[in-house]
Design a protein around this ligand. Structure first.
Ligand SMILES: Nc1ncnc2c1ncn2[C@@H]1O[C@H](COP(=O)(O)OP(=O)(O)OP(=O)(O)O)[C@@H](O)[C@H]1O
Length: 309
């Protein structure tokens, strides 16, 4: 299968600052690819390069076989891009915004009417057709933003933190839309800071300090050798007072990482210290676990920070 999105040794510099450092990946048709990384790690910059909005300093990439360096104008016709602050017109109604974006993409007449109707049924925005955007809730605004971003039926959609700041129910219903569309063959590249959203993606990439440090399915990442260093075991401690136990645990020999996870503690410990921990925390139920995605990212991040010291 020919990949729909490729990044091939992409490097992007702003003056002396390297925002994206030698990043490569392939994404296939219909994939829902999640892209994670701390603020400022280079996620938006990669999206902008892939959308043809900025030219990479080195390396290249393709969208649907089109070269991001040479075919930027053609690429823009085939992709949807919803940024963190998508340009909805707050003083215009839902209908007027959809009409405006149809025009931007050259969709007019009966085709526009039909496409707007399709978007309204897809997003459930029909009841709000004549409501001004500034009177919509955050979740409905994002649904409208998605509708505007896909009014031209793009095959590839880039979503940059599409659910930032909206409530959990609205987030879930927006994700239901992404799944619906990806099931129809639309390819999604989605950035998010939410682990539960990342866990819904077929594959995820994790970028840290401009470099892609992990890429794969959730299971691939959970079983990465670097996330499970030799001689260590990831354990969960269930204990009545997790926050007091956390402080004590972090002082124990052999404890490399420890953090509260829900009502328990997740910890990366040197395997030969586990018996001592069981003796130290007799109240706690201590059992080995597969790392969560968050555990994996934290471990990889600490390793890079250590290596940089
Ligand atoms: N046009 C520019 N000129 C100079 N520096 C830039 C420019 N655009 C981005 N940067 C810098 O590049 C780095 C990466 O920014 P980018 O917006 O890609 O991060 P991000 O991972 O998307 O972060 P966030 O999660 O906060 O959106 C940041 O340090 C940013 O300040």
């Amino acid at each position: 299968m020919t990949p729909v999105i490729t990044a091939d040794h992409l490097t992007i510099r702003f003056g002396d600052f390297t925002a994206v450092n030698d990043v490569s990946f392939d994404i296939n048709k219909g994939e829902l690819f999640g892209f994670l990384g701390p603020n400022g790690s280079g996620k938006t910059t990669i999206i902008k390069a892939l959308c043809g909005l900025i030219v990479p300093t080195e390396g290249t990439g393709t969208i649907l076989g089109m070269d991001i360096r040479k075919d930027a104008a053609d690429i823009k016709r085939h992709i949807g891009y919803m940024s963190q602050k998508f340009g909805l017109y707050e003083d215009l109604t839902v209908s007027e915004n959809l009409g405006f974006y149809s025009g931007v993409y050259g969709i007019t007449g009966p085709r526009a009417t039909q496409r707007i109707q399709e978007i309204l049924s897809l997003t459930g925005l029909e009841p709000y057709l004549h409501r001004r955007v500034n009177a919509l809730s955050g979740g409905w605004k994002q649904r409208l933003a998605l509708g505007c971003a896909i009014i031209h039926s793009p095959e590839v959609v880039f979503l940059d933190e599409p659910t930032a700041g909206i409530d959990p129910v609205a987030r879930r219903s927006l994700w239901d839309l992404f799944f619906l569309l990806s099931g129809q063959g639309v390819t999604f590249f989605v950035t998010t800071h939410y682990m539960d959203e990342a866990e819904r993606c077929g594959r995820v990439g994790y970028i840290y300090m401009s470099k892609l440090v992990a890429l794969g399915t959730i299971s691939d990442l959970q079983h990465l050798p670097s996330a499970n260093p030799p001689g260590t075991t990831r354990v969960q401690l269930e204990t009545p007072d997790a926050s007091t136990a956390l402080t004590a645990l972090r002082k124990q020999p052999g404890v490399r990482e420890a953090t509260i996870f829900g009502r328990s503690i997740h910890s990366l410990v040197e395997t030969n210290h586990i018996d001592a921990l069981r003796a130290q925390f007799p109240q706690a139920k201590i059992q080995p676990i597969v790392p969560s995605l968050e555990d994996v990212f934290v471990t990889l991040t600490y390793q890079i920070m250590e290596a940089a010291k």
